[in-house]
Design a binder for this molecule. Structure first.
Ligand code: 13P
Ligand code: SF4
Length: 347
């Protein structure tokens, strides 16, 4: 339920602050926050928007920490980037701490002495990890360009070290024709885990995952396949390999929305991604039959930490010239993480 009083106060403050402030909102945000977004999008679109908002003094990023951090890197310090609630993190990004990443990369370089390893980090990672990747002249990728980035990286090197999301890495590589035998998992304690030959390895996957997308199981796909109505299954590539293989379509949050919105009236859709997005899509498209692939525990709890009242509070602060919850990135980290982001934009 949207609190009309809070919503009215947010609108009034936005009007008062005018062009000084731009609000970017990710598709997983609660409706009470999402409705105030000047722009909405997936991670790639929001990163591009962050660069283009050169008139705004403040970017209020209604997403999770790594998204606001990426905006802070790309805005080059000209703008202040604000995350309305600092508890809105991404557990997947936190699963790749920089010290573990550096240690692992050094082991891998020793093990594959005669090969060139190019690191790719999913945008769902810390700025420190992006900076490490930039120093190695590697790439950031998002769920909408992971295939193009992987292709480019494999042109430039022999092996890709893909982190932190094993599922995006595995699913994308598989779609590109790389077999499971040509992929390995990296485990800090056990080392490399693979069943193929060392000389044939093309992709090494960090062991991270998104717990929200692991809630979708093959049984859920089977459930919809058994229905009388012809459900199409569309999933986010953070889903497990089994679910991904069974789906009809896949894509980033923006692509999922576009695919379903552009589908014919009367079509049936079961969607494997975060619940706030799916429920909104169902409400906005009453001419289609839209269901979530599984209703169990599929809200991104960290993204949902941002409430309308948090947005209101940071706007109130700006009215008084006080910047709450600014996301700051050191110059050193900005310099190198920007290389990895720019390498992605150039692909
Ligand atoms: P998108 O870039 O597809 O919006 O994905 C972000 C994310 O965190 C998905 O869990
Ligand atoms: Fe992170 Fe998963 Fe939430 Fe996306 S849905 S922000 S990957 S926890």
């Amino acid at each position: 339920m949207i609190d009309q009083e809070i919503s009215k106060n947010i609108r009034e403050l936005k009007e008062f602050l005018g062009d000084e402030v731009v609000i970017l909102a990710h598709h997983y945000q609660r409706d009470e926050v999402y409705i105030h977004g000047d722009f909405t999008g997936d991670s790639l679109k929001l990163a591009q928007l962050a660069i283009s908002q050169s008139n705004a003094k403040y970017i209020i990023f209604c997403g999770v920490h790594f998204m606001a951090e990426t905006a802070a890197i790309l805005s080059g310090g000209r703008q202040k980037v604000i995350l309305p609630n600092l508890e809105a993190g991404c557990p997947m990004a936190d699963k790749a701490p920089i010290n573990e990443v550096l240690e692992s990369f050094s082991h891998l370089k020793d093990y594959f002495r005669d090969k060139k390893i190019v690191p790719i980090t999913y945008i769902n990672s810390t700025a420190d990890v992006k900076a490490f990747v930039g120093k190695e002249n590697g790439y950031v990728c998002t769920s909408s360009n992971a295939d193009k980035v992987l292709e480019k990286a494999l042109e430039r090197g022999d092996i890709v070290f893909f982190l932190p999301d094993q599922h995006l890495g595995r699913n994308t590589s598989y779609k590109m024709g790389i077999s499971l035998n040509e992929m390995a998992m990296w485990d800090r304690k056990k080392g490399l885990i693979f069943s193929g030959e060392k000389d044939r390895l093309k992709v090494i996957l960090w062991g991270g995952h998104c717990w929200v997308h692991q809630m979708f199981q093959p049984t859920h796909v089977i459930h919809f396949r058994k229905m009388d109505n012809p459900y199409k299954i569309i999933v986010h590539p953070e889903c497990s390999f089994e679910v991904f293989k069974m789906a009809d379509y896949y894509g980033s949050t923006e692509k999922i929305i576009k695919t379903v919105e552009e589908a014919e009236s009367g079509t049936f859709w079961a969607i494997g991604t975060e619940k706030n997005l799916v429920m909104r899509l169902a409400r906005n498209n009453p001419d289609k039959n839209i269901e979530i692939l599984s209703n169990f525990n599929t809200v991104c709890r960290t993204m949902s930490k941002i409430r309308d009242v948090d947005l209101l509070n940071v706007l109130k602060g700006l009215k008084e010239d006080v910047v709450y919850n600014e996301i700051v990135v050191s110059e050193e980290v900005r310099k190198y993480s920007k290389i990895a982001l720019q390498n992605m934009f150039l692909v």
